[in-house]
Design a protein around this ligand. Structure first.
Ligand SMILES: [Zn+2]
Ligand SMILES: [Zn+2]
Length: 361
């Protein structure tokens, strides 16, 4: 399996972002991403998918790798007040925005079109100082979605903005924002997993590269490049990216559909190299897979750098290992096992890695 780093969920001028697809590809190239998935609001932009290549001005004249840009969409009902229930749709290959008023019909159509979908920013609190409303997901009775956006960069920002002054501080010192997914979202995910459902977690930046003015201050806050160094989704694909768009697109969406991925906060240190695998009596499994419990299952975690590891089964912590590179745990009970890893950064413990579960059945 090959690990690739993908940033997903972002906006261009086609909706409420400030940049173009080319700006995004350029920022992705500069930050070393393998791929990005652009998701403008209620529009499926055609004709921009593909590999982007840029000249390089470094004195080393190193050859840059091309970046794959894919396009999905973020659909919500614009007539609804407040505008809740945002759905990220990938690989449906047709515009489904007209179905926004009925979340279940929308999800059904995504599946019929061969696509996958994720509940965007499941909990997204209001930020009254900036006249931002709560746009959480409310239609929790829906079925058939692929997963949820566990960690959304913009939702988290809304949790730290009690006043405009806080906004100004974080606009200049964005490194202090990231701590982890919103707890209510994590709890919701654990509840769904404990009920026996398979729910894939992804991390989204929700990058807009917004312009902000406060008196004399004017600034592009949270440029794409900053977002691309923060909340990413690391995917495991069977072959290295080939350069052929349809082949690589299929590998990426297959990995997302299967949950062969983890949510990463790459700002404190790169999470590349994290692994969470299972070995049973007769088979082995990785994140997103199912494995029989019979005879016991050995769960193995390894990290690229020492950090604090928690193993969680159906929402309950079953083990913690501090400042460790690796651990092994013998699972004898069925359940959805997942891993969280914290790391110290800027004087605080912050969420670093959130794995997808291995389903021990
Ligand atoms: Zn949204
Ligand atoms: Zn968005």
């Amino acid at each position: 399996m090959q690990e690739i780093v993908v940033n997903l969920h972002m906006h261009t001028r086609y909706s409420d972002g400030s940049g173009t697809h080319k700006d995004i590809a350029h920022a992705a190239m500069k930050t070393g991403l393998d791929a990005v998935i652009v998701t403008d609001h209620n529009v499926l932009v055609q004709g921009v998918e593909g590999y982007y290549r840029f000249g390089f001005s470094s004195p080393l004249k190193a050859k840059t790798r091309p970046v794959l840009l894919l396009v999905g969409q973020e659909v919500h009902d614009q007539d609804r007040d407040p505008q809740k229930n945002h759905l990220l749709i990938f690989n449906a290959n047709r515009d489904l925005a007209s179905l926004a008023d009925d979340p279940q019909a929308l999800i059904n159509s995504v599946r019929e079109a061969g696509g996958i979908c994720f509940i965007a920013h499941p909990k997204d609190p209001e930020a009254p100082a900036f006249k931002e409303t709560d746009i959480s997901w409310e239609a929790w009775d829906v079925q058939g979605y692929t997963g949820i956006e566990l960690w959304n960069g913009l939702s988290e920002l809304k949790t730290v903005l009690p006043t405009k002054l806080h906004g100004a501080f974080y606009a200049y010192f964005p490194h202090f924002i990231g701590h982890g997914p919103i707890l209510e979202t994590v709890n919701r995910w654990d509840e769904l997993l404990a009920s026996g459902r398979r729910v894939v977690a992804i991390g989204g930046s929700d990058a807009h590269a917004m312009h902000m003015s406060m008196g004399p201050l004017h600034r592009v806050i949270f440029p794409y490049e900053f977002h691309f160094r923060t909340v990413n989704t690391h995917l495991f694909i069977p072959q290295p990216l080939s350069g052929d768009v349809p082949t690589d697109k299929k590998m990426i969406y297959d990995a997302l559909a299967a949950g062969h991925c983890f949510v990463a906060y790459d700002l404190p240190a790169s999470t590349r190299g994290f692994r969470f695998n299972a070995k049973g009596r007769e088979q082995s499994a990785t994140m997103g897979d199912e494995i029989p419990v019979k005879g016991g299952v050995t769960l193995q975690v390894s990290l690229p750098r020492p950090a604090d590891i928690r193993l969680i089964r159906d929402g309950r912590v079953v083990g913690t290992w501090n400042e460790s590179y690796a651990y092994t745990y013998i699972a004898t009970e069925p359940g959805a096992y997942r891993v969280e890893v914290d790391r110290s950064y800027l004087g605080q413990k912050r969420g670093w890695i959130f794995s997808n579960p291995i389903y021990v059945r």
